[in-house]
Write a protein that binds this ligand. Sequence first.
Ligand SMILES: Nc1ncnc2c1ncn2[C@@H]1O[C@H](COP(=O)(O)OP(=O)(O)OP(=O)(O)O)[C@@H](O)[C@H]1O
Ligand SMILES: O=C(O)[C@H](O)COP(=O)(O)O
Length: 396
Amino acid sequence: MKTIEDLGDLRGKRVLVRSDFNVPLDGTTITDDGRIRAALPTLQALTAAGAKVVVTAHLGRPKGTPDPKYSLAPVADRLGELLGATVVLAKDTVGEDAKAVVAALADGQVALLENIRFDARETSKDDAERAALADELAALADAYVSDGFGVVHRKQASVYDVAKKLPHAAGKLVFKEIDSLSKATENPQRPYVVVLGGSKVSDKLGVIANLLGKADRLLIGGGMVFTFLAAKGHQVGSSLLEKDQIETVKGYLTEAEAKGVEIVLPTDIVVAPEFKADAPATTVAADAIPADQMGLDIGPESGQLFASKIADAKTVVWNGPMGVFEFDAFAAGTKAVARAMSEADGFSIVGGGDSAAAVRTLGFDESTFSHISTGGGASLEYLEGKTLPGIAVLED
Ligand SMILES: Nc1ncnc2c1ncn2[C@@H]1O[C@H](COP(=O)(O)OP(=O)(O)OP(=O)(O)O)[C@@H](O)[C@H]1O
Ligand SMILES: O=C(O)[C@H](O)COP(=O)(O)O
């Protein structure tokens, strides 16, 4: 992959940068700016080189149409503070305002385009639709730098298609992530333990098929748990459940047994009647979740069990919080895993927007982890050994 430096003299050139600014928000307040900070080295290198920097990014999963709830306005403000310079936010993605904002950029200035997922073509499965958006993005720039590591597993217009239209390079974050993650994939020290949780269950269940051939032990927490409990024949009340994946999960359990991979499930669950910070929380056995309750964290016994399964790991990779850590009553499981990882002697990687945010907001020292990846799904797919479209396209 080419570096920014390989792009030659960028003074006065318009450089389109894809960053991952998919940050956790409480209303319009950014609760963790880790992904914005991680983008700074590339943006600062480009501004120092005198480029006109045009950043494109997404926030959340809007439905392909503008939605103020998903505006990048808070990100533009925070990015400006961190860069110490005004970052103008275009009111649209590739429309008249974007064109005007880019045309007005001075050398060394940064502008941000509005949430690229406001345009349905960004995530379209139709190659021609994505290519059409990529053409419009490419018209705004002279070169393209891919630096949104958290989104390189997505074959999307601003991540994949646009790279084919412009001279391109990988940004500093992408190189840094690959450098750290490759240490875990190439010849991992064993026991190799993977901890999976979070809420993107349908997205991430698929990685298990591959991990069964690589990891020695899988610990399952977060929203991921309930499809496993259902596969074992237990009731899960109103918890997050991927009904159509139950059979697949049954297959994983059989395969794991045949391969000697240990799948560790929680033995107790913290439940509540509704998804609310002050909902009354109780702990129940994992095989006795009441019909009118939902599981929002792994229980204390499970926290200890998971910690003991992490303690002797030589490599441990974690993606996805163990519970709804944003609410104090459901943060203990995530804390237990974070603590065990920070104390483990082995190589430890935390990946994911919310997982990395959890480590920081729960007060853990980042330096006690070997690597905190900005990518959740992206780091998992990298560790699976999959080809990531947003990386492969840069290698051409
Ligand atoms: N039992 C649960 N029920 C519902 N949501 C849960 C549960 N456990 C965890 N979560 C939620 O999962 C969310 C994070 O999941 P997600 O899969 O997005 O992880 P991530 O680290 O952000 O990875 P990525 O970067 O791929 O998005 C958190 O907001 C948390 O509240
Ligand atoms: O948070 C992430 O993992 C990335 O920003 C990708 O977001 P997505 O899962 O909505 O594509």
